[in-house]
Design a protein around this ligand. Structure first.
Ligand code: DAH
Length: 336
């Protein structure tokens, strides 16, 4: 009886289905039962000699098996594919998760950000400018004419056509004053270049320039701001001011902090002085105001400039500047 045979076929189909383990089995199975010449089609073809009633009944049973089989085969195929994928990437759910190391800010970037933060609180605005400068901005406008010996103080990298790599961030004073009208308060962090290389000097390093211009800014405002800056950066620390000379400020000063290593007793780091020099500053020279057409009877200002690496070296107790640019991971990761 054909109906019994179909019943047997159904059982056989599901038993065989259980045995499918991979895509080869699956394909064989599909051909065997669902293919054009497969078992289900074979039985469907046999029905043509049966009565209409039987055709309907048996036909619908066979088609039902066919449909169910098609859906189940699709699911089975996905299941197998997923398993194979897992095998491909060697998935082992018991392994611990992978650690993806995160980068960190470079210590110099960190210090720049910290310093900017301090001056932002004091109402200074951050500006940046070109590292390739002209002699005019780098020297002349800062009251350092051609013949001036101060040009030799800073071993300059000259480029073609009178261009140069800026030797300090002070040209940003000129740029800031030409771009805006006073009163103004700016800081300009950035890279500077000097032909110099040893454990204390790198041919490329960073400075931060500060400039404030207003109607009655005076020397004690400058001192107040510098003391505030030193305390914010190094904590409670003794500072001292020494008279100094820069062509673009008059009077000029240098600020020292008590040596962080020996607390002023004298050691190798401070060369037995007990003090560490951290910046230069002064009242803007009238010649500088003249070069930007600021009325020297109306405006006064102060400027300061500091070396970022120097601050970082003091803060972190580093004695070789080159380590900042060698970028060894062990060094960089210690600032995490
Ligand atoms: N430009 C100076 C240098 O690189 C540092 C400096 C000193 C900047 C005094 C200033 C300043 O603005 O007032 O050595």
């Amino acid at each position: 009886m054909i109906s019994e045979e179909i019943e047997k076929l159904e059982k056989e189909v599901w038993k065989d289905f259980q045995k499918i383990e991979n895509l080869y089995h699956l394909e064989d199975f599909r051909i065997k039962y669902l293919g054009k010449k497969g078992k289900i089609n074979w039985y469907l073809k046999q029905l043509k000699d049966f009565s209409l009633e039987e055709k309907k009944k048996l036909g619908s049973i066979l088609n039902q098996i066919k449909e169910e089989l098609e859906t189940k085969l699709k699911l089975k195929e996905r299941e197998i594919l997923l398993k194979e994928e897992d095998k491909d990437i060697g998935l082992d759910l018991t392994l611990p998760g992978r650690i993806f190391p995160l980068g960190t800010l470079h210590p110099i970037t960190k210090i720049i950000e910290e310093l900017c933060e301090i001056f932002l609180k004091l109402g200074f605005e951050i500006i940046t400018g070109p590292e390739i400068e002209t002699e005019y901005y780098n020297f002349t406008a800062l009251n350092i004419p051609d013949w001036h010996p101060a040009r030799d103080m800073q071993a300059t990298f000259y480029l073609k056509n009178g261009a140069l790599l800026r030797t300090h961030t002070s040209p940003m004073q000129i740029r800031a004053m030409l771009e805006r009208t006073p009163p103004l308060r700016i800081i300009a962090p950035g890279k500077v270049y000097r032909c110099d290389a040893d454990i204390r000097h790198s041919p490329m390093f960073h400075q931060l320039e500060g400039l404030m211009v207003d109607k009655d800014v005076n020397f004690s405002d400058l001192k107040g701001i510098l003391i505030y800056f030193a305390k914010e950066t190094f904590g409670e620390i003794k500072v001292r001011f020494r008279p100094s000379y820069f062509p673009f400020t008059e009077p000029s000063l240098e600020m020292d902090i008590e040596c962080v290593m020996c607390k002023g007793r004298g050691c190798k780091v401070c060369g037995n002085a007990g003090w560490l020099e951290i910046l230069g500053a002064g009242m803007v020279h009238p010649e500088v105001f003249k070069s930007v057409n600021y009325d020297i009877n109306m405006w006064q200002g102060f400027a300061f400039g500091l070396g970022i690496e120097r601050i970082a070296m003091i803060k972190y107790g580093i004695d070789d500047i080159r380590i900042f640019f060698e970028n060894h991971l062990i060094f960089l990761e210690s600032f995490k």
